[in-house]
Design a protein around this ligand. Structure first.
Ligand code: PLP
Length: 368
């Protein structure tokens, strides 16, 4: 019996909605997209939600609309998906990499240290992009305070954290904007690529909407030179149905995390830490062990798919080193990348399956 790392949820209603949209004759940024935007904005608790072609393009649009460009620097964590940092390069700015705290998210103390150092060197830092990695919110109050002190924008990368809460507030509603991905493995998927940008800022929302669709508000008047980063109706219809199920899915993920915590009691692995101010959504369930590679190989032999998010941190990626040169060492990030292992987690995962995975992990440690 094979167990995948993640599996998108699909039911009959979702399949049928696809056929309905095919018959509707409207395929791009129509009624389904508009309704999905409205419903998502309401869900997050913000004024505006703007559908985009992917999470990456949501981050790109936001940076572009904020006027970020050459000569600007942006603080980003190194332990994140490469697409968090790619848009920083695409607008011509420079990423500065920040280490992590015990929740794998951006360490506010390191942010402060970098800001103090940068001020002395005259480096023009414009913003901070914390990532709510694995579905656990970053320490937003501490980071936001620094953003205010240094007059920087805070853009939340929520691509792994749909519905997660920081001190009771949904992530994405706290910074100047939040960016979400709807890639198939995400907590909310549109069964393909897709993304959403959320914000309370009217002018930012308007600019992002225009840049998304060739710089226009009206069909043949292009006020800006924009892009085609639009969204499709079929996927918007799927997204609306997935959104209706999201809170239930997130509760199931939290339950699976509890099963893992129980099943791994006494096993020499470190399980994910949850801060008391966090309501995480467990996009991934990441354990740590010094025997990571042999545990991964053992579980694979037993039909259990696992993952490493991420084996090479971004400051050590060839594309970064070739563009920016050697980067300062990030002790905690570099240490965990050899220890982290993502175990299967998705709403349809059964208790017996989690128990089987846990007992395999126990067997592994007893025999190694
Ligand atoms: C943290 C993070 N940021 C950004 C992205 C980019 O999202 P997308 O794949 O939709 O472009 C992803 C998804 O892979 C992600 O996990």
């Amino acid at each position: 019996m094979k167990i995948p790392l993640s599996k998108p949820y699909i039911d009959q209603e979702i399949k049928e909605c696809v056929l309905k949209v095919i018959d509707s004759g409207q395929y791009i940024l129509g009624i389904q997209s508009r309704e999905f935007e409205k419903e998502f904005a309401q869900f997050i608790g913000v004024k505006h939600a703007i559908l985009t072609s992917s999470g990456t393009s949501a981050i790109f649009l936001c940076l572009k609309a904020l006027g970020i460009g050459p000569g600007d620097a942006i603080l980003v964590p190194s332990l994140t998906a490469f697409p968090t940092i790619e848009p920083v390069f695409h607008v011509g700015a420079t990423p500065i990499f920040v280490d992590i705290d015990e929740t794998f998210t951006m360490d506010p103390d390191h942010v402060r240290e970098i800001l103090i150092g940068a001020q002395k060197l005259g480096i023009k830092i414009k913003g901070i992009i914390p990532v709510h990695l694995y579905g656990h919110p970053a320490d937003l109050d501490s980071i936001n305070q620094l953003a205010r002190d240094y007059k920087l924008f805070l853009l939340e990368d929520c691509c792994q954290a749909h519905g997660a809460r920081y001190k009771g507030r949904k992530v994405g509603s706290i910074g100047i904007a939040g960016c979400f991905s709807f890639y198939p493995s995400k907590n909310l998927t549109v069964l393909g690529d897709g993304g959403m940008l959320v914000t309370n800022e009217d002018s930012l929302a308007e600019r992002c909407r225009m840049l998304r669709d060739h710089g226009r508000k009206e069909k043949y008047t292009h006020e800006l030179v924009g892009y085609n980063l639009r969204f499709n109706e079929i996927q918007a219809a799927v997204g609306r149905l997935q959104l209706q199920r999201l809170e239930k899915f997130n509760e199931l993920r939290r339950e699976i995390a509890r099963w893992y915590a129980q099943g791994l009691e006494g096993v020499p692995v470190i399980i994910p830490k949850v801060k008391d101010w966090a309501d995480p959504v467990f996009h991934l369930y990441v354990i740590q062990t010094s025997k990571r590679d042999s545990l991964l190989a053992y579980l694979k032999e037993q039909g259990i798919q696992t993952g490493i998010h991420y084996p090479v941190p971004n400051h050590l990626q060839p594309a970064v080193q070739n563009t920016l040169g050697p980067q300062p060492k990030l002790i905690k990030t570099e240490e965990v990348t050899s220890r982290i292992l993502s175990l299967p987690i998705y709403p349809g995962l059964k208790k017996e399956e989690v128990e089987r995975i846990c007992s395999l992990i126990k067997d592994f440690f007893m025999n190694s």
